[in-house]
Write a protein that binds this ligand. Structure first.
Ligand SMILES: CC(C)(COP(=O)(O)OP(=O)(O)OC[C@H]1O[C@@H](n2cnc3c(N)ncnc32)[C@H](O)[C@@H]1OP(=O)(O)O)[C@@H](O)C(=O)NCCC(=O)NCCS
Length: 162
């Protein structure tokens, strides 16, 4: 990562979400307008990277999820019990403010999400993501995520590797 120092913490009421601009309107709007409602309803958790000046440089969301055993690659499925669905954690959204693109923050947020999911007391086999486009899928591929055979935009990374 560059010289910038970030602190990754749970989103709080005094964090200013309004100036957040990742370059992806849907991700920015969700963060500015909807995420707190989802947190209140307990359908998502949100973590932010803060600069030393308390500016939000990036965010990600996590929620529980499941993967169908039959959708997993045979190589992975054969090492798992024959349950129809396998517990997972969904990385719902991940975005970095434009000013900080290309400085390692996206990778650092992803690593933080993996660690957080791996150390949770409730078991989950993998972190799963729904890549919004080819570029996002390439980002996750670059970090070792594996695509489901029938759904190449859905990618997972076993938490045993985190
Ligand atoms: C995608 C995004 C999160 C990446 O964050 P970032 O801070 O710019 O990326 P980083 O600097 O941490 O890159 C980490 C590594 O991923 C690689 N990488 C970044 N984007 C990539 C892409 N689209 N495809 C492949 N690799 C990519 C980098 O080359 C770097 O590799 P290295 O560690 O081997 O040097 C950021 O560009 C963003 O917020 N984009 C808009 C929102 C978005 O598209 N989100 C979708 C979820 S990925």
């Amino acid at each position: 990562m560059s010289g910038a120092i970030f602190r990754i913490v749970a989103l709080a009421a005094d964090h200013d979400r309004r100036p957040f601009d990742s370059g992806c309107v849907a991700l920015d709007h969700y963060f500015q307008r909807q995420v707190t409602q989802d947190i209140r309803r307990r359908v998502t958790a949100c973590f932010v990277a803060l600069t030393q000046g308390q500016r939000i440089a990036g965010y990600y969301t996590l929620a529980s999820a499941s993967l169908c055993l039959s959708e997993l690659p045979a190589e992975t499925a054969k090492k798992l019990p024959r349950y129809p669905s396998i517990p997972a954690v969904r990385l719902g959204r991940l975005a970095v403010h434009r000013t900080f693109h290309g400085q390692g923050l996206g990778g650092a947020l992803l690593a933080d999400a993996l660690k957080r999911a791996a150390r949770a007391e409730i078991a989950a086999f993998a972190l799963v993501v729904e890549a919004k486009d080819e570029q996002a899928a390439a980002f996750y591929n670059h970090h070792g995520f594996i695509a489901l055979s029938d759904s190449p935009r859905t990618l997972f990374l076993p938490l045993s590797k985190a």
